[in-house]
Write a protein that binds this ligand. Sequence first.
Ligand code: SAM
Length: 219
Amino acid sequence: MIVDERLVTYINSLDTGNTSILDQIEQEALDSYVPIIRKEMQQFLKLLLAMKRPMRILEVGTAVGFSAILMAEYDPVPCEITTIENYEKRIPIAKENIKKAGRENVIKLLEGDAMEIMPTLESNQFDFVFMDAAKGQYIHYLPEVTRLLSEGGVLVSDNVLQDGDVLESRFAVTRRNRTIHSRMREYLTMLTHTPELTTSVIPIGDGVSLTMKKNTEEM
Ligand code: SAM
């Protein structure tokens, strides 16, 4: 946890909650150890959706559909959500949850590896992208995600501070996490140093980065 636990508990105590179908899916995910977005991230996403009012959303990393359904429930405008998942065991559960939430007409689940699926999607079509898949792959997804984002579009990347490990020296993190560590640093450097992007890294949840693809005329 990168933020003082008591502070997180306090912040989460202010949360006004989600719809009951989301509560049910969240509980089932937690009971079966499926990683889904934390409370702080849920509230942050809801705020961003209220501000940005996106009409076409791309999510990389569906798991069992919790965050996709949350976006469908809390985007104030009618939207289309495309979400990508490659873990076969989670796909049927995600489909079932999307059906239970009555969001089959809104959420399109694409089954397979995001690295293979994203190149098949049309450029500049998404005004909101939520990146929540394998942390070590974010750097590889970035060129495709940038191509898919429309100008003025927003990219939200979750888990970018790796429980605080990202600021440690490469040798201070366990050998197992070293590749992810260096790739995540590279990712944050790319997000913050690519001229067509503007980014803020925010220490909530497990760390989130908020990026906007600039309008070409304003660069
Ligand atoms: N966004 C979900 C939520 O909050 O409800 C949680 C997503 S979970 C943290 C990450 C998911 O990304 C996992 O289910 C994993 O199988 C999937 N994933 C990882 N690498 C992927 C890839 N290359 N293509 C598609 N899905 C991937």
